[in-house]
Design a protein around this ligand. Structure first.
Ligand SMILES: Nc1ncnc2c1ncn2[C@@H]1O[C@H](COP(=O)(O)OP(=O)(O)OP(=O)(O)O)[C@@H](O)[C@H]1O
Ligand SMILES: [Mg+2]
Length: 578
């Protein structure tokens, strides 16, 4: 944590210096009051002070001016102190958040299969916010409070050690109460955080899946579930509120007890009025930070827990390995899978001994039942996941030896489910890369005959697709991702066709787009359309992660085995249409 505070060393030192000065400064005013009452107000009429320069009235005016000055200075110091600690916290939060997000951006994709999105969102947003509390409410302020308590005690014992002892008799009660308060707040805080996380993820998920909720008339059940989670949130909070409501009055009672003891002892032992007054003020000075301390310890503890979680993300070593150095300007586009074995979880092999070659310019189609590993094959090509055994080569160089950016920029991808971000059509095509000119985008769009469609949208290329592309149809989304893939004029194209259930007009557009994008480049296509498959140089038939047949359409049909059966089931309908 301190490493992150290091660039803001100055602010940190300032706040510590101010904490120390404030601690020493605070007890001076009660001490001055003691002095005033005992030495000046109770002085015999006619006494003069400062070598006869001032009489009693003059001295009182001087003290008053000093007191006003002290109050002003103290206020100013308090202002600078809170401002410095808070801005120190925010600066650290800013850096930490950037670092965390950068880390998340570079994590291996498999990490996201294991970690819920909600958890990472909480890490980058609210957990880091609690880290701020370590600085603004925690560490330095706690030191400041402890110092204040220490200095006040010193002043008290210096003024009258016996009276100080008497005043502190009820102290152990406070210590016990503070302990129970701290524990109780701690527990409730944990529960509140969990409840907030549950609320967040429930609402987030159900807003995303609203169509399912409404289509299946599940509103009432979901609402009941929501009310239950919300109730838990209230219950968790009310425990905390209860602890506060008991603790603060207890502190009040104990401080009243202290004052009572001071008054009783003073009347027995004829203690000077000024001393009594100053002790009453000291007691207040002592109890105020004490009351806050319990609270701040909690904040500090929560901040530490939160920072532990954040650092767990930061210390994650499962980042995309980018040790390869091969950066070719262009690749010819030869793809070779050499006895590839792959498992998402290191034991259940999803791909087993997969080998095939695609020569530059060829089109390879992959077909197979759902779950047979088709999408997996193409995720491996641009190294979204690491293979366990075998090798994948492009132009006879293992993909492991490529620099990651260099590798991925040579491969255009159209994924099975297209994800669009909220923003304009243009932003979604270029992914906010400022180096891509609008003309290039339009050119790519024209190539696959999408330009006219985009121009029909209100605002054309500036049309705002809402989150997840909710305002566009499935086919339209896929077509946008074709433009995305075309922009870089990649030598290799991988295409995970979405289901063929799009309207005929989009169907034709997509077919045309596919024909255009695969021209003159090596393509690996997971195809559902018979026409696409027929044009392929080779068809790879995948079953449960193994290649069971390869060949052209005609060869495989003639063989009359797996493919011809699959073909019969899957394409009978489309053949009739064709
Ligand atoms: N991220 C993942 N983590 C763990 N297992 C996965 C993951 N993605 C896919 N799998 C598993 O790997 C197997 C192959 O999945 P894959 O997505 O490659 O199938 P597919 O052939 O593309 O199917 P479809 O035609 O339905 O798209 C499936 O059994 C699936 O359960
Ligand atoms: Mg798939």
């Amino acid at each position: 944590m301190f490493r992150y505070a290091a660039p803001y060393r100055k602010k940190f030192y300032w706040s510590v210096a101010l904490a120390i000065s404030l601690a020493i400064f605070t007890p001076i005013r009660p001490w001055l009051i003691q002095l005033t009452v005992n030495d000046y107000i109770s002085a015999k009429p006619g006494t003069t002070f400062l070598n006869g320069k001032l009489d009693i009235a003059g001295m009182l005016i001087l003290i008053t001016i000093i007191q006003i000055g002290l109050i002003l200075i103290e206020t100013l110091m308090r202002f600078v102190f809170s401002f410095t600690t808070a801005s120190l916290g925010q600066s650290v939060v800013k850096d930490l958040r950037v670092e965390t997000y950068k880390k998340i951006l570079n994590l291996n994709l498999s990490q996201f299969d294991k970690t819920p999105v909600g958890a990472l969102t909480t890490r980058t947003i609210s957990d880091i916010e609690s880290v701020n509390d370590i600085f603004s409410d925690g560490l330095v302020p706690v030191i400041a409070d402890l110092l204040t308590i220490f200095c006040v005690l010193v002043f008290m014992f210096y003024a009258d050690w016996q009276l100080a002892f008497i005043a502190l008799i009820p102290f152990p009660i406070i210590i016990v109460a503070t302990y129970y308060f701290k524990e109780s707040i701690n527990k409730s805080f944990q529960r509140v955080r969990n409840a907030i996380a549950a609320l967040n993820s429930f609402v987030q998920e159900h807003l995303s899946g609203m169509a399912v909720v409404q289509a299946f008339a599940a509103e009432e059940n979901e609402f009941k579930k929501f009310k239950k989670i919300n109730r838990e949130h209230r219950n968790a909070n009310s425990r905390g509120i209860m602890a506060y409501s008991i603790f603060f009055p207890v502190v009040e009672i104990v401080s009243a007890l202290s004052i009572g003891l001071i008054v009783w002892y003073s009347s027995e032992h004829r203690i000077a009025a000024g001393t009594i007054m100053s002790f009453i003020l000291y007691i207040n000075l002592l109890f105020r930070p004490l009351r806050m301390l319990a609270d701040k310890f909690n904040v500090l503890q929560m901040g530490i827990i939160a920072s532990e979680r954040v650092f767990k993300v930061l210390d994650n070593t499962d980042v995309a390995d980018n040790s390869g150095t091969w950066r070719p300007q262009q690749v010819k586009g030869k793809i070779e899978f050499d006895k590839v074995w792959f498992a998402y979880d290191d034991e259940n092999f999803v791909l087993q001994d997969v080998s095939f070659i695609a020569r530059p310019g060829e089109t390879i189609a992959i077909v197979g039942h759902t779950g047979s590993g088709k999408t997996t094959i193409i995720s491996l090509l641009n190294r979204l996941y690491h293979i366990q055994k075998g090798d994948i080569r492009i132009d006879d160089v293992s993909v492991e030896n490529f620099e990651l950016d260099a590798l991925r920029s040579k491969i255009g991808v159209v994924l099975q489910d297209v994800f669009l971000f909220s923003g304009s059509v243009m932003d979604n095509i270029t992914l906010r890369n400022p180096n891509i000119e609008k003309e290039k985008v339009i050119e790519a769009a024209k190539m696959i005959e999408m330009h006219d469609f985009i121009m029909q949208l209100p605002g054309g290329y500036d049309y705002n697709v809402m989150e997840r592309g909710a305002t566009l149809s499935l086919g339209q989304r896929q077509l946008l991702s074709f433009i995305r893939a075309m922009l870089y004029n990649p030598s290799i194209l991988i295409l995970d066709e979405a289901t063929s259930s799009v309207d005929t007009e989009s169907e034709q557009l997509i077919q045309h787009a596919i024909d255009t994008v695969i021209k003159d480049r090596t393509s690996v296509i997971i195809a559902h359309r018979l026409s696409t498959i027929r044009k392929a140089n080779r068809i790879i038939v995948l079953d449960k992660g193994k290649i069971i047949e390869t060949g052209t359409h005609e060869e495989l049909i003639q063989k009359g085995d797996f493919y011809s059966k699959l073909h019969k089931i899957q394409f009978d309908k489309s053949i009739r249409i064709l």
